[in-house]
Design a protein around this ligand. Structure first.
Ligand code: SAH
Length: 551
């Protein structure tokens, strides 16, 4: 049993929305045990938005769906907009998988339905002297227009009409008046205009209006307009057939003449163009086109590319939106010990997680092994996310990995993260700067103690400074650091603070004077990861004011 989400593009017509809802209900009733759960939603204009439909199914525990675009032909909506909207839903519901159903037409059930609508309009008049103008939506995608022409031909075959000609209500030729002119020149005295449309909307209304206008201008002509396909059993049956096909993995799309895949005369600009989702006004990200245009395009992680992603200081929800999106797209995640481990639980099933902490130790051996791993997976065509703690460029060796990928010719991007250098203090209620208290903050690595020959830190200058000093990787060296700072001029009673496991359930923070912080930390058994904060701002820790600090 795989649930079904029926995806509409949306319409300004209330009648069209009602027909869509009625069809969803009809499918639900006919679905029985094989489908089980059915929802419908729109990518724009109408309610409910797709995100509600998918959210409802996900909320009922469905992780595998068939998403069926309710479109007659595959054009921009079916090929681009709806998949882009679904990609956004996948980011919202990590682990969600969907099989994408193919467009409804051409299909004998539709042709029979069209014939019934045409015959109803004929009301007993002879088919043999009736011409049909089959009017499609029209698209800038020639493949979609060709599909309408194919349906026109199939509708003609064997049904006894004098002839069937395709026309389009927008974006393609011949227009409604042009196809009617054409039929009249062929000798037509009776024409049925058959809209190749599922439901009511602005465009079917326009077909009707243009037909009436044409009829008024040609009094001798018997011109009738057939009903739309509408909500009916045949359509529900076809939807269920497309669902079954998608479950079987049997999606036969006509890709040979798809303008998004092959360059066609006049349409070269479409090839390979990425698609971005439409914004539904009721979707929290939607209805803000003016803002949206200024945002960065949706991040994409292509197969064979690497993203170096900062995961933030620990809690799963302190990663950036972009980082999270790329993580959801990853095939392989190479993860650090300090990276937020809870994020791994939300990965799609089947994603390979590589624990970088298990790489051979030693200062550069481990890094080389990680670099090689990134390059190897990318070259195998996988989407690789390198998930790091905090920000990748703050003592994270992120740039070494970027350079290694670049040297290997692997496309690589960086997603900044919330660094513990600022966030650890913040989560303990201490700002690294504060007006009138500290106008600078310096972040140093305590990995090498003062006086170490390889150290690049000017401890004397830091002893002279008055601002905030944040020491990372300093659990082992804090005693030597405090001594050096005091020796170079910092007051022994300078406020200091140590924050361990910031953002984690076991977070704790201990304030002390600079000359006592090493002893206080050691006595309390403080261990990595911990950040030391030295300077007047550390005094804020003595009077906690944050509702959520220290949790
Ligand atoms: N790139 C990381 C820092 C990596 S160096 C970042 O931007 O946060 C590792 C050091 O970061 C640790 O030794 C510790 O000093 C600090 N650190 C990382 N996560 C921490 C946390 N949750 N709480 C306290 N310190 C943390």
């Amino acid at each position: 049993m795989t649930a079904l989400v029926i995806v509409g593009h949306g319409t300004r017509s209330a009648e069209g929305v009602a027909q869509f809802a009625a069809l969803v209900e009809r499918v639900r009733t006919r679905a029985g045990a094989t489908v089980g759960d059915v929802e419908g939603g729109f990518i724009e204009l109408s309610r409910p938005p797709l995100t509600d439909a998918v959210g409802a199914l996900a909320g009922r525990g469905h992780r595998a769906l068939v998403a069926l675009p309710l479109v007659l032909t595959a054009a921009g909506h079916g090929k681009g907009d709806i998949p882009a909207a679904l990609a956004r839903e996948q980011q919202r519901h990590p682990g969600l998988r969907y099989a994408y159903g193919r467009p409804l037409g051409p299909h004998p059930l539709l042709h029979t339905a069209l014939q019934e609508r045409i015959d109803a309009a004929l009301a007993g008049a002879e088919r043999a002297d009736t011409w049909v103008a089959l009017i499609g939506r029209g698209s800038t995608d020639p493949d979609a227009n060709a599909e309408v022409a194919k349906v026109a031909r199939l509708l003609w075959e064997g049904r006894g009409y004098a002839g069937v000609e395709p026309g389009f209500i927008s974006l393609a030729e011949p227009s409604v008046p042009a196809v009617l002119d054409r039929l009249r020149r062929l000798g037509a005295r009776r024409i049925v205009v058959a809209p190749y449309f599922l439901f009511a909307g602005v465009l079917p209304d326009r077909i009707r209006a243009q037909s009436r206008e044409y009829a008024a201008a040609h009094p001798g002509l018997d011109l009738r307009v057939a009903d739309l396909i509408g909500d009916c059993d045949a359509l529900a049956e076809l939807v269920l057939e497309r669902h079954a096909e998608a479950v079987r993995g049997d999606i036969r799309m006509n890709c040979d003449t798809c303008a998004y895949r092959v360059s066609m005369p006049g349409f070269v600009d479409k090839v390979g163009r990425p698609q971005t989702p439409h914004d539904h006004p009721d979707d929290p990200v939607g209805g803000q086109k003016h803002q949206h245009q200024h945002q960065h395009p949706e991040p994409v992680l292509r197969p064979g590319a690497v993203a170096i992603v900062g995961g933030g200081p620990g809690p799963a929800d302190l990663i950036t939106v972009r980082g999270r999106a790329l993580l959801a797209a990853a095939d392989v995640v190479v993860v650090d010990r300090l990276a937020p481990q809870d994020l791994l639980a939300g990965l799609r099933p089947g994603v390979q997680v590589v624990d970088a902490a298990k790489s051979p130790r030693g200062p550069s051996v481990g890094q080389d092994a990680i670099n090689t791993t990134l390059v190897r997976h990318a070259r195998a065509g996988r989407r690789v996310v390198r998930l790091k703690g905090g920000d990748p460029y703050v003592f994270g060796r992120g740039h070494e990995e970027v350079l290694a990928c670049a040297a290997a010719g692997v496309p690589v991007t960086v997603v900044p993260g919330v660094t513990s250098a600022v966030a650890a203090a913040a989560l303990a209620g201490v700002p690294v700067t504060h007006r009138g208290t500290a106008h600078e903050f310096t972040v140093v690595s305590g990995h090498l103690p003062p006086g170490h020959p390889d150290s690049l830190v000017d401890w004397a200058a830091l002893g002279q400074a008055r601002g905030t000093l944040v020491v990372l990787m300093g659990v082992e060296t804090i005693s030597a650091v405090a001594v050096a700072l005091i020796a170079h001029g910092r007051a022994p009673d300078t406020p200091a603070l140590v924050v361990q496991d910031a953002g984690h359930p076991g977070q704790r923070s201990l304030p002390a004077r600079l000359d006592e912080i090493a002893v206080v930390a050691a006595r309390a058994g403080v261990g990595p990861p911990a950040v030391f904060v030295v300077g007047p701002v550390a005094a804020f820790a003595a009077e906690p004011v944050l509702a959520t600090s220290g949790q």
